[in-house]
Ligand binder design. Structure first.
Ligand code: AMP
Length: 120
């Protein structure tokens, strides 16, 4: 990915052009249920800024954006009751990471054991 594609599905959700099943929102972050859940709880957390990947976010986001992003994950985990039982965060990145949507997102998976870390 060389530059941000503003036609990606999460950009459209952020602009309100397509709906989402919202779980959390603040000034910097939006979170919503994944449309094809892979676990009883499967939430996507995205920054409102136009970042393509975790690498792009880590390089370009402000300290406020980074703090809000990780604080949101923690708030959601507590609100959904998985902070104690456990959950997994996944940020698929670029081709080898299997990233399909080119707007940085963190998957939160939980509500049951989510299996081994990597399966081939
Ligand atoms: P990734 O492979 O990490 O890019 O994951 C993209 C995720 O976005 C997949 O888990 C999809 O099920 C999910 N997804 C795609 N379109 C939507 C949508 N409109 N609303 C919610 N989740 C979506």
């Amino acid at each position: 990915m060389s530059e941000y594609d503003s036609n990606n599905v999460f950009a459209k959700i952020l602009r309100g052009e397509i709906p989402c099943d919202k779980v959390y929102e603040d000034e910097y972050v939006l979170a919503f249920n994944d449309i094809a859940p892979q676990a009883p709880i499967h939430i996507l957390v995205i920054p409102k800024g136009s970042y393509m990947s975790i690498d792009d976010f880590g390089t370009g986001a402000s300290p406020e954006e980074v703090k809000a992003f990780f604080a949101a994950i923690s708030k959601i985990a507590h609100e959904k009751g998985v902070a104690k039982t456990g959950f997994r965060c996944i940020a698929n990145t670029e081709n080898d990471g299997g990233q399909e949507v080119p707007h940085f997102h963190m998957h939160i998976l939980g509500g049951a054991y989510v299996g081994p870390m990597v399966s081939k």
